[in-house]
Design a protein around this ligand. Structure first.
Ligand code: HEM
Length: 501
């Protein structure tokens, strides 16, 4: 049972722990939701726990999230929280290996490549990849057999990981990367990914083979992108490429310095890693829920029939614009990201004392609390996303809350729209405000830039999968928090057969 330690009254309460360095690592690591809800009950919205020697101050609720995500640059720093994990994987000179103002410029370069023309081109490419995947993957032999008794099964996360990397490489990463995906690139990716784990986050340098493999793979992958860039520059063809490399090749910083090829290579690796587990986990959770809910699966299929029926009775390919306008599909992705946001903890280092507003934390004694310089702060918007005080049946996966005009989610959506806080990312997220109760893509200066790409990828794949397959599973598996991204625990086998018409 956890109890309070004698505390410095000017600081948030510290969660009691028995073993000094380890602190609450086990309770937090096993189930962060359970840990945060229990500690909130005991200490209020703001408390500190020890995680392998680091003092982590958690600020929960929408106001707590706002304190961190909307924190001033002079108070909170993301580079110092993440660089030891990300720089050995992405490489030097990008993202958290550079001051924040450089990251902001790099995000601007990437946004240039995430444009509507590219997204339009991606929908067809993703469809091609899925067709090829279903036609060749051993797991989907039952689909090819096609009879009503030909049921097969697949591991939701493993198969969706494969589809995600195939489609991301075909689209954003470019043809050269896609061509190597069945060969050397896949191995490099595996080794790099093996260095992107909670262990790497907690212990940046250990004399382990996986760390050495990570470093070797980083260098090889970086060189691979460099060689693609050189070849493209030599070729100088007039062919339009819709990928990110093409978008990054002619960018310059505000001071006139061109974006270097090594930086481009490392941005490409960063995008590959940032999008892979986040999107594949989300795809898996969507499929697991659809498989578990025949009614929603049917509604999703009916929506496809309504919008895409061709005169010959088949369903025609969707366009980017059409995909944006499918309320059932949209509600499924949105609800999945509410209940299963891939990132449960967003962390910053405190670089100057942060005063905690009196409205936050517990009772009047906390009026003059400060979070001291040297601590880390941890925002967990995932908690507000399932807070029973905010959402009806908050832990239930219920996509219709987003389409029902009388629901709490619809009211929230309306409120943000009316206050002008909502930004149109194409698929209409609730808000980019740092105080929003719904922020699976984060908020503030570090907000995700991959949201629209993720929606194109998820929306296209889900639409087409539900046309091809009928899915079934008895139970949606619980979360596994031992991975960097919240994934579904095994077993997570989905049964399927070819959709019977
Ligand atoms: C940042 C979630 C897909 C690139 C973030 C953050 C979250 C997030 C929560 C904020 C991190 C923080 O504040 O500490 C997601 C989810 C995704 C997804 C849920 C898919 C379902 C992608 C994709 C890409 C991407 C596909 C690239 C194409 C980035 C980048 C940042 C970011 C570059 C900015 C980091 C920064 O400014 O510090 N993402 N992401 N993400 N994401 Fe994503």
């Amino acid at each position: 049972r956890q109890v309070l330690l004698p505390r410095d009254p000017s600081q948030p309460p510290t969660v009691f722990h028995l073993v000094p360095f380890i602190g609450s690592a086990v309770a937090y690591g096993m189930d962060p939701y359970k840990f945060f809800f229990a500690m909130r009950e005991k200490h209020g919205d703001v408390f500190t726990f020890v995680l392998l020697g680091r003092r982590m101050t958690v600020a929960l609720g929408t106001k707590g999230t706002n304190l961190i995500m909307g924190g001033k640059l002079s108070q909170v720093n993301a580079e110092m929280a993440y660089t030891h994990l990300t720089t050995p994987v992405f490489g030097e000179g990008v993202v958290y290996d550079v001051p924040n103002h450089v990251l902001m410029e790099q995000k601007r370069f990437v946004k240039f490549g995430l444009n509507t023309d590219n997204f339009r081109a991606y929908v067809g490419m993703i469809e091609d990849e899925l067709d090829h995947f279903l036609a060749t993957e051993p797991e989907f032999a039952a689909f090819r057999a096609g009879g009503k008794d030909d049921w097969g099964t697949f591991d939701a996360f493993e198969q969706m990981s494969e589809l995600t990397i195939l489609t991301a490489s075909r689209t954003l990463q470019g043809t050269e990367v896609r061509a190597q995906m069945d060969k050397t690139f896949a191995h490099l990716y595996m080794d790099l990914d093996g260095g992107f784990t909670p262990l790497n986050f907690m212990f940046p340098n250990l004399p382990l083979p996986s760390y050495r493999r990570r470093d070797k793979a980083q260098k090889a992958m970086s060189d691979f992108y460099l060689s693609i860039l050189q070849k493209r520059r030599e070729k100088q063809s007039d062919e339009v490429e819709y990928d990110m490399l093409a978008a990054l090749m002619n960018q310059s910083y505000k001071d006139g310095r061109p974006l270097g090829d090594r930086e481009i290579a490392h941005i490409m690796i960063a995008l590959l890693m940032a999008g892979q587990h986040t999107s594949s986990a989300t795809m898996s959770w969507c499929l697991l829920h659809i498989a578990n809910n025949a009614g929603v699966q049917q509604a999703m299929y009916d929506e496809q029939v309504k919008h895409f029926s061709a005169p010959d009775g088949t369903l025609r390919s969707p366009t980017f614009e059409e995909l944006k306008d499918l309320p059932v599909l949209d509600s499924i992705i949105r609800e999945t990201l509410r209940v299963h946001p891939p990132l449960h903890s967003l962390i910053r280092k405190v670089i100057s004392d942060i005063p905690v507003p009196p409205s936050l934390g517990n009772a009047s004694e906390d009026k003059s609390l400060i979070i001291p310089k040297g601590n880390f702060v941890l925002a967990a918007p995932c908690i507000s996303q399932v807070d029973p005080a905010i959402w009806k049946d908050s832990f239930e996966w219920e996509p219709s809350r987003w389409t029902d005009p009388n629901s709490e989610a619809a009211a929230m959506y309306k409120e943000y729209t009316e206050t002008g806080e909502k930004v149109d990312y194409g698929f209409g997220m609730v808000s980019k405000g740092t105080e929003s109760p719904y922020q699976p893509f984060g908020s503030g200066r570090h907000r995700c830039i991959g949201e629209q790409f993720a929606y194109v990828q998820l929306g296209t794949l889900l639409s087409l999968i539900v046309r091809h397959l009928e899915l079934k599973i008895d139970k949606v598996p619980p979360h596994n928090y031992q991975t960097m991204i919240t994934t579904p625990q095994k077993p997570r086998q989905i049964s399927f057969r070819r959709r019977q018409l």
